[in-house]
Design a protein around this ligand. Structure first.
Ligand code: SF4
Length: 240
């Protein structure tokens, strides 16, 4: 199942020749369902915001931008504070940047995000009749929008098959030996080749919480892991 590959002469990460996606996703879905019943199982905040605003594309775009380098609980409250005052681009466009920044504080880089959101609102009004575009290229052309944000908006707002790769999806995919990559963007491109499309929308939803709770960056909880039999543990020196 695992093919050893020698890299840099010192690390020997293993690559799975044919990951058993059906088993892996069944186990992750069951884990996610079980933990949802516990108080520990809050949804990642962008999904929660998307549900709350009935998959309103503007709300999803705003909360996804706020979520970058920001804790989930901060994202949720900051998004709600801003969206209460600006539930569409027209309302946000007439707000000044300082007020936007104040409403989303203490989200990471709140001043830069306020500037991006203001520019985005103006572009949406001018070019898209106040709507959020639903193509990758159009989303990527918006200020402050990278592939992770664009993929999450396509997924959460428009229900389009897209693979949103954040740091958790990138780390777990490499540790398990599904692929070997250096950046989240590279991970996305490889997953687009090897992961059956029916799992594209679910991988981010499942692995973000898995990465926060079990497959932690330092010393993951491998003993409690539901996919340990399918994991090469690449780069894991210490586990619990
Ligand atoms: S076995 Fe360990 S490294 Fe592999 S996915 Fe599970 S927690 Fe992560």
């Amino acid at each position: 199942m695992f093919l050893c590959t020698l890299i840099f002469g010192c690390l020997t990460p293993s690559l799975q020749s044919n990951p058993e996606w059906g088993f892996i996703f069944n186990r992750l879905e069951k884990w996610r369902k079980d933990i949802s019943k516990s108080e520990d199982g809050a949804d990642p905040s962008v999904s929660t915001v998307a549900e709350f605003y009935r998959r309103n594309a503007w709300a999803v775009l705003v909360s996804t931008i706020i979520s970058l380098r920001t804790k989930d609980e901060v994202t949720l409250t900051a998004s709600q504070r801003l969206l209460e005052k600006a539930n569409n681009p027209v309302k946000l466009n007439v707000m000044n940047e300082a007020l936007i920044a104040k409403l989303i504080y203490p989200a990471g880089f709140y001043r830069n995000k306020a500037a991006s959101l203001k520019k985005i609102a103006a572009i949406l009004i001018k070019q898209y009749g106040g709507k959020v575009p639903k193509s990758m290229d159009e989303l990527l052309a918006l200020p402050g929008v990278g592939r992770k944000t664009a993929n999450l908006v396509l997924n959460e707002a428009f229900d389009i098959d897209a693979i949103c790769v954040d740091i958790h999806v990138h780390r777990i995919s490499n540790r398990c030996g599904w692929l070997l990559s250096k950046t989240p963007d590279e991970t996305e491109m490889i997953l687009r080749d090897i992961l059956p499309k029916k799992y594209w929308k679910r991988i981010n939803y499942l692995l973000v919480l898995y990465g926060q709770k079990l497959c932690r960056p330092v010393s993951p909880y491998c003993s409690k892991c539901v996919i340990k039999n399918y994991c090469a543990k690449n780069g894991v020196d210490k586990s619990r």
